[in-house]
Design a protein around this ligand. Sequence first.
Ligand code: ZN
Length: 95
Amino acid sequence: MATYPATTVVMHHHQPNIHMFRELPVRMRCQYCSAEITTSTTYETGTLTWVIAGILLLFGLWLGCCLIPFCVDGCKDVVHRCPSCQQVVGKFNRM
Ligand SMILES: [Zn+2]
């Protein structure tokens, strides 16, 4: 009778103040200025943007649509900033 190793998915909660950062602004306490804030989000070109651009480059170079991912916010990483102190409090990385 084989003993199956338990597939343990260990969730690491290093910090009590972990938020899931996605596209939408998050209500949280800023770890820099301790203000109760709703994060302001900006989009920045991330890894996925380049991957999609690379794929489109292979298939659609003649259409120039390799530039599309740079225009579509849905392909970009989302950076959350504190509107009070402008520090980056979180980031949603799509890769
Ligand atoms: Zn702040």
